[in-house]
Write a protein that binds this ligand. Structure first.
Ligand SMILES: Nc1ncnc2c1ncn2[C@@H]1O[C@H](COP(=O)(O)OP(=O)(O)O)[C@@H](O)[C@H]1O
Ligand SMILES: [Mg+2]
Length: 303
């Protein structure tokens, strides 16, 4: 097979996807690597039908790779993950609307374009978790227990673009991180970065068994968003498991034989050559249709 990997600068020295590229090459496949952060890319010559069997991207928030992956999809090439599904999870506001409209359990969510608008949140909604809509790796994620704590966050959040404020899911201090490699599921636990009892440094993940309930939920996530390689952050709240984050192409660290497994999945997806996905199957809504995301609208002049 002939594959083109888009490798964002941040992953230049990381195990994933570099080791997957090495593995595929060792298996005799031709892998071209494009560094979207530093390459001069001639359009449309670089992205042509018939040259590669599939284009593969491990995304980074706001990175240039996604545009090129979308360009590959636009000329009919197979992409891993499906290029159209990535924005649906990269933008946490969009992810919340998709989840809640399809019956996936995600907390109530508000979206604001500027931290000043968070002041309009009703007092009864606290505690809340405020985070950048295009965040990752726990960047600028805050537990806000009361309206009085918002002002202190204004400076830090001002440069973060769109923000979401989500109902805080009470939990034991542990995230359940579930990984899916083309239908195969693996679960690990890790201390939540919001748990006040944990040190602030990044925590290791430890493999744990996966319940049938969470497995079913994570499988639904793949079908609803259209992802093949993904991870889901789940919290076990008082009313059951709740999804707080979906990541396309995570690092799969706790997955056994992750490099060989992900490499095989990439080859299988490339072989299947899917260029268009069937429309995701909607799950039945849990009750009457509700407005899934409350938009915070600033009360300004002319409104
Ligand atoms: N609504 C929430 N309730 C409780 N904890 C949350 C909530 N949202 C996020 N967290 C905690 O913060 C962590 C980081 O948030 P997440 O949404 O996963 O952002 P990131 O994209 O930075 O990983 C989660 O793994 C979880 O421990
Ligand atoms: Mg997360």
């Amino acid at each position: 097979m002939r594959l083109c990997f888009l490798v964002e600068e941040r992953y230049r020295n990381d195990g994933m996807p570099s080791e997957v590229i090495r593995q595929l090459t060792a298996w005799g496949h031709q892998v071209d690597v494009l560094w979207p952060g530093s390459a001069l890319v001639q359009l449309p010559e670089t992205i042509q039908a018939g040259v590669h069997d599939a284009w593969v991207l491990k995304t980074v928030s706001g990175g240039p790779g996604l545009t090129l992956l979308e360009a590959a999809a636009a000329v009919g090439l197979t992409t891993v993950n499906d290029a159209r599904s990535i924005r649906g999870v990269r933008d946490k506001a969009l992810a919340a609307v998709i989840a809640r409209s399809r019956g996936l359990p995600m907390p109530r969510t508000y979206v604001v374009a500027h931290p000043d608008s968070l002041a309009e949140l009703p007092d009864g909604e606290f505690p809340l978790v405020v985070k950048p809509a295009d965040g990752s790796s726990g960047r600028a994620v805050h537990l806000v227990r009361s309206p009085g704590q918002l002002a202190a966050l204004n400076t830090e959040l001002a440069g973060e673009g769109m923000l979401i404020a989500q109902s805080y899911v009470p939990n034991s201090g542990t995230d359940l991180k579930v990984y899916c490699v083309r239908g195969e599921l693996f679960a690990a636990e890790r201390a939540s970065p919001l748990d006040p009892h944990q040190p602030r440094r990044p925590q290791r993940e430890r493999r744990v068994p996966l319940s049938a309930e969470v497995a079913g939920m994570v499988t639904d996530v793949g079908r609803i968003y259209g992802l093949d390689l993904y991870g889901v952050d789940v919290l076990l709240g008082p009313d059951g498991p709740v999804i707080v984050d979906v990541n396309d192409f995570p690092s799969f660290r706790p997955v056994p034989d992750a490099v060989a497994r992900v490499s095989r999945a990439v080859l299988e997806l490339a072989r299947e050559g899917r260029t268009t996905r069937a429309a995701p199957v909607p799950l039945p809504l849990p009750g009457p249709v509700r407005i899934p995301v409350q938009l915070s609208v600033a009360r300004g002049e002319g409104r």
